[in-house]
Ligand binder design. Sequence first.
Ligand code: PML
Length: 252
Amino acid sequence: MLYSVKMRSSRGGRRGAGGRHISGAERIVPEEAVEETAAAMLRRARTHERGRADFIQIRVEEVRDGDIRTCPLLPVSTRAAETAAEGRAAARDELIRAGVSPQAADAGLAALAALTDSMRGAMVLDSRTGCRLDGLGDRGVRCTNMDAADSADYDRKMAARGLGGDHPREALVLASKVAAAPGTVAELCWSDDPQYVTGYVGSPRFGYRRIPVLKEKGDPVGGRIFFAAPGTDMGAYIHYMQEETVLVEAKP
Ligand code: PML
């Protein structure tokens, strides 16, 4: 039996409602790893770069075998950039290569750059027009309920490629689930961790393209844009992202 373990922390709200999002994490683990996973998440929530949380919630839930599907891990490659401006130009280029129109790529980059605080979820934009499709306002669409199918193997492979640490681990699993969604053309992301300036463009065509600098150091605002093909069924898309449990399989 597998268990979903999720943590979210915030500051300044009331019993977790409202307030500023500080951090979140999730794993899908066997029963014997639940305690250790929850303790690691608690430690992480209490020592986060974005500040000290005054609300931390940890939720543990059984995952039924029949509810689990799998998708392939995206291949990883890096696109060079030395400054945030170079990184954003590279991201624009990667988005267009992946099938996003120049107009939609510009709209996505502008929407992320205009955020004044991080959103918990992603904005979904039409990959041709750049118009917002999800209608979920400041909340956006949360891509959740995913993990590596074989965590020990995944961690070993990530470390061997110099991709250790929580950010790349979680981002690559999430990007793989997003790229496997019917309708996804590409994803753009940079972190809300003020010290973490690396981001990526993910796509079914070109995999996970890391971009070493996508924002200025010290900037606490980050987020995600999912670019969906025109005509994508938004109800099904949002259901897949928020409700379906996906385990990401690395090639042997
Ligand atoms: C996040 O922290 O939410 C995004 C992290 C992006 C990670 C990019 C990478 O290091 O590959």
